[in-house]
Design a binder for this molecule. Sequence first.
Ligand code: SAM
Length: 354
Amino acid sequence: MQKSSPTYWLLYCRPGFEQDCTQEALRQAKQRKPIIGTEQPAILADSGYVVVALNEQPLSYRELIFARQLIRLHHTIESLPERDRLTPIIDAIATLPGTFGSLWLEVPDTNDGKLLSSFTRRFQPLLETSLREQDRLQDDPRATRLHIFFPNKTSVMIGSSDPHNGAAAIMGIVRQSMPAEAPSRSTMKLAEAIEVFMDRSEQTRLLRQGMQAVDLGAAPGGWTWQLVKRGIRVTAVDNGPMKGVLANHPLVQHLKQDGFKYAPRKAVDWLVCDMVEQPSKVATLIGEWFAAGWCKHSIFNLKLPMKQRVAALDSALGGIRKRLDEEGINYRMMAKQLYHDREEVTVFLTKTKG
Ligand code: SAM
């Protein structure tokens, strides 16, 4: 029997998390089918991307925590001629079937990558014009995207992604701007989580004026600010002080208590939690809140240990699943290392109808 050639996937991640991103992608693939006879490409530490070699296993972006984007890699050109980078790229694209709904020129999220972005800005219109002339590019955000990724100035990776199985943002980064009034930069984490985990209609439905929330580990108030901005009443639990507009806000009640001991008098809509603690301890707490019926939706942060991050996350998220399953609660849970997350990941958990 003829041996089939491997399929390669290009995944972007936060620099420093290449091992975790690879480990997670390979594990997901192996759960579908063993990976046979393919050697894995080397992992480049701090590069901000990884390549994995599979047989025909599909990968699901939603279920990957560390991957910012998921791209089927078609061509890698190692040494682009300095005088004409366009022709080899156009020739490589010519071998791919069909048309593309968008063209994204991308670089790694590293300091070296940033230096390349002025080049990609100049290069984009040249490539775009050429692809339009050949009728290879149509403006359709639902159609296959073409990714031209420059790991450095002399090489390029050409791939495609399915908008239904990837991030809807260039480089997989949903950037947020820092609101002047918010008391901490952490506010961007919750803002990004809301954008990434919920579509527009869900945001409107689940984050409504008049709702009630509890924010555990709230100080100085960046997450609370995102909630009160939407007209949600917040009980902010933290021994530390709430700052700026949140020090004395009509929608905020500040309780100087231990977030692990606090219990609401009445059930609330939302629990958000950004306490710096072991992932297993936070996960147990979240499980208890859902099991007790104290909240319907939650966004929480899990701070990662330095080693065995994938295993620590598995255990924490697995613990929540087990607890909710035992209680017969239907739910949807999604975890991502967001752009504004550092050594941590953010999780969205919501009760669903049976
Ligand atoms: N989300 C906040 C924001 O946007 O401004 C930042 C939270 S900060 C990363 C972590 C907070 O958790 C600290 O203010 C700390 O006092 C609080 N914290 C840690 N352990 C806690 C506990 N057991 N109970 C209550 N708060 C706790």
